[in-house]
Design a protein around this ligand. Structure first.
Ligand code: NDP
Length: 480
């Protein structure tokens, strides 16, 4: 069976402990590969390699760094089918989705930051005839990048691309649950011309490997995407060491449908925004608020469409929903469906585990679930479930739905469906979220600021923001 290796100082190496963890295929429930159970010794080696490589990489001409990152993106593109299949097997997502969204986006992330780094500018502030201030931006040093399992290569590259383009060297850890595509990427680094030690990938458990990266004194910045509770632990560890910190955390996103919405589009896109990637996207709208005048009509059309979604083998092109990423996560989602029942919710469709049979008989599948009859402030509507489960609720006024939308500890994304432009502006200004989509969902321009408020995170990724995060600003004041 395949054994994944760490990438340290340009070499693919075994963990110091010699120990490996089991890696499951969630669609079959079987172990299909092993990943290094790395510890602080592997992280220390990776950080040393990154530190040693920093002078070379940070002083390299931007154009040369850019060309290396573009080559890496092209190599991923060349291996699109291989990467998509690996992502699907590792994560449980449909292979068509990995091929059309995840891997192309990983290619774009690298390409985007490789070229963005060529278009930066710095500030100058003239003090009339007295002095001139100008700003120098220098890479912070070794950056630690930690990413989750839901969009494995997509989010892994969303971090390492700006870090590397900014001139930092990197020690990165993908989720232990979905390590495979980061490993495939590590196999391409040499061919792309990435110098030894510039990108190091250490696999292992969050609490051991991840924590060793966060607490290492020579790692100057931590870019983390994952759960809010983990974010808290990371902040508590990194803040006293004065590390730069970017946290992209959980969400409980409202999807608000007004009576004047384009009905067909609202229904169709809401199905996608609820259940794409098994509902395992931090941007999925899990709380759907529908204006009372169209509540029954919307409910009927929405549930009808959800019932048509095919759940099954992620390797089949006609499976719209694949497997839940792990047994543990499947149990968590089912426990929330049970809680919803206890809280008085009515399950309109789904609500159960599915057995597709055959080679998927032991896989982790849950039917797309729509719940109604819950209050906005119950636990089901306040806590992140991160699965194919949504709750629908009626509302009467803008003020009312605004208070529902803003009632959670989260503030990542919101979707609004209305043809009333004034209302769209009014609501967008008042919703406490970092990202608002009006009459669309997941329409992404990589130049825009991306991130959340409140318990959904600190800082913004995307565009020049991410490049700036991996740099220190220095003001130079010259007196005439
Ligand atoms: P986790 O917080 O469990 O893990 C995220 C990453 O952090 C993994 O690589 C994990 O490793 C690692 N990790 C866990 N504990 C520690 C620790 N103490 N120190 C350092 N690293 C640690 O999140 P999930 O992987 O379960 O991902 C789902 C969450 O991510 C959801 O809450 C979702 O909303 C959020 N998310 C947010 C996004 C955003 O942009 N705001 C985008 C996508 C997801 P390991 O898995 O090996 O334990």
């Amino acid at each position: 069976m395949q054994k994944i290796q760490n990438l340290i100082n340009g070499e693919l190496v075994a963990p110091q402990s010699g120990e490996y963890l089991e890696n499951f295929n969630p669609a079959t429930g079987e172990v299909y590969s092993f990943i290094p159970d790395s510890d602080e010794r592997d992280v220390a080696n990776a950080v040393k390699a990154a530190k040693d490589a920093f002078p070379l990489w940070s002083n390299m001409q931007k154009e040369k760094r850019s060309a290396i990152l573009i080559r890496l993106s092209e190599l991923i593109q060349k291996n699109l089918d291989k990467f998509a299949l690996a992502e699907s097997i590792d994560n449980g997502k449909p292979v068509w989705l990995a091929k059309s969204v995840d891997i192309p986006r990983a290619v774009s992330n690298l390409h985007f930051y490789a070229t963005a780094s060529l278009h930066t500018h710095t500030e100058t502030h003239a003090m009339e005839a007295t002095a001139l201030n100008y700003t120098l931006n220098t890479p912070v040093g070794v950056a630690g990048c930690i990413s989750p399992w839901n969009l494995p290569l997509y989010l892994f590259t969303w971090k390492i691309a700006p870090a590397l383009a900014a001139g930092c060297t990197v020690v990165a850890k993908p989720s232990e649950i979905t390590p495979m595509t980061a490993y495939l990427l590590s196999e391409l680094c040499e061919e792309a011309g990435v110098p030894k030690g510039v990108l190091n990938i250490v696999h292992g458990l969050g609490t051991k490997t991840g924590m060793a990266i966060v607490s290492h004194p020579d790692v100057a910045a931590i870019s983390f995407t994952g759960g809010t509770k983990t974010g808290e632990v990371i902040a508590r560890t990194a803040a006293p060491m004065f590390k730069k910190l970017s946290l992209e955390l959980g969400g409980k996103n409202p999807n608000i449908i007004f009576g004047d919405a384009d009905f067909e589009k609202a229904v169709h896109t809401s199905v996608r925004s609820s259940f794409s990637n098994q509902g395992e996207i931090c941007l999925c709208g899990s709380r759907i608020f529908i204006e009372r005048s169209i509540y029954e009509k919307f409910k009927t059309a929405f549930v009808d469409e959800v019932k048509k979604l095919k759940v099954g083998d992620p390797l089949n092109d006609d499976s719209w929903i694949g497997a839940i990423v792990s047994k543990q996560h499947k149990e968590k989602i089912l426990s929330y469906i049970k809680l919803a029942r206890e809280e008085g919710g009515t399950i309109l469709c789904g609500g159960e585990e599915i057995n597709p049979g055959g080679k998927n008989a032991k896989g982790y599948f849950i039917s797309p679930t729509v719940i109604e009859g819950l209050s906005f402030d119950c636990r089901t509507n306040q806590e992140e479930i991160f699965g194919p489960v949504v709750s629908i609720m009626p509302f009467d006024t803008e003020e009312e739905v605004l208070s529902y939308a803003n009632s959670t500890q989260y503030g990542l994304a919101a979707t609004l469906w209305t043809q009333n432009l004034s209302r769209a502006h009014r609501m967008s200004a008042k919703i406490q979220c970092g990202i608002i989509w009006v009459n669309c969902w997941l329409l992404r321009d990589l130049r825009t600021p991306f991130g959340g408020m409140k318990g959904s995170g600190v800082g913004r990724e995307g565009g020049f923001e991410a490049l700036k995060f991996f740099m220190e600003e220095k003001n130079v004041c010259i007196k005439f």
